[in-house]
Design a binder for this molecule. Sequence first.
Ligand SMILES: NC(=O)c1ccc[n+]([C@@H]2O[C@H](COP(=O)([O-])OP(=O)(O)OC[C@H]3O[C@@H](n4cnc5c(N)ncnc54)[C@H](O)[C@@H]3O)[C@@H](O)[C@H]2O)c1
Ligand SMILES: [Zn+2]
Length: 341
Amino acid sequence: MMARIVTVDLGERSYEVHIGHGLIESLDAVIPAAASRVAVVTQEAIPVDVVGALGDRSVARFMIGPDEQAKSLSTVEELCRGFVEFGITRRDLVLAVGGGMVTDVAGFAAACFHRGVDVVHVPTTLLGMVDAAIGGKTGVNLAEGKNLVGAFWQPRAVVCDLDVLESLPERERRCGLGEMAKYHFMTGQDLLALPMVDRIAECVQIKAEIVAADEREGGRRAVLNYGHTLAHALEIETDHRLAHGEAVAIGLLFAAELAAELGRIGPERVDEHHRVVIDEYGLSGDLPTGVDPITLVELMARDKKALSGLTFVLDGNDGLEVVPGVERGVVTSVLERFGRR
Ligand SMILES: NC(=O)c1ccc[n+]([C@@H]2O[C@H](COP(=O)([O-])OP(=O)(O)OC[C@H]3O[C@@H](n4cnc5c(N)ncnc54)[C@H](O)[C@@H]3O)[C@@H](O)[C@H]2O)c1
Ligand SMILES: [Zn+2]
């Protein structure tokens, strides 16, 4: 079957992302020959069987908890102790089969165990395929905040088998679309016009290019956070009733309004944001009821990307840019107006 291959070009740590249907069958081909043991890290709810595709290697499955709470150091400790018991050595492999939760945790465990063993990602959510499984950011949460402990640990390969998306709940699919809409504004490409395999491959290509240019987020990689400043605040303020991709959709529209207020873009570009996010991707751009703009601004000021004042990724003549030091008063008034639309 037709598959697309996108290379993440990072010198000797380069790897391929395979995108297509029925790819799990030939998973064995991307696994290093020397790996005689494979530790499959996944979740109960994920109906994806990879064991049959792993030939005569010795395989053990490790289940992690169902929600974001399991994205913790104690899960990493549990996994690593399991790896010891199973006998994983530096020649062996961790195989992450799941959404961003699983690939973040399994990737971090792989980065730490024996100071680093290979990991291959099999993302099973749309968000995982277009975003989380690509680029080598791994990590876990602390009680104090999300993704505070982690490592850059690039996978050996990523296999996006679209067949696994059939069981994905509708809401999770929408979350993936939120991130996809973000990519739309990074290149202006009409992703929805493409067949699904190409659409995912284009998103992967956009992310791969940015990661190759700025692996450790010294600069350019930060534009991947478009729409995310408000999104993170909304996730916290709604106690995660709003899912990440849903919050990103709102964050994209708000970022457009803010950019217009600052004279960076005109009204037609704001309209384009509405057209793409709401009409084309079918997402909602409304602030959830009961959220308080002042509290949101407080939360945004605490965002870890806030170096001085409020920091946003904003659209402009030269495309997306990181804009630090946006005045609190401006943000508050645009947000108040945004909430009354
Ligand atoms: N490392 C990165 O660059 C990066 C980027 C974006 C997001 N993330 C992280 O990714 C996580 C979110 O990932 P996500 O949106 O993929 O959600 P997720 O991994 O939490 O998965 C969502 C739910 O869907 C279930 N599920 C997954 N695949 C399924 C399938 N094929 N069929 C049925 N159910 C399935 C899961 O069990 C889970 O309950 C967050 O922790 C976020 O911080 C990381
Ligand atoms: Zn995101």
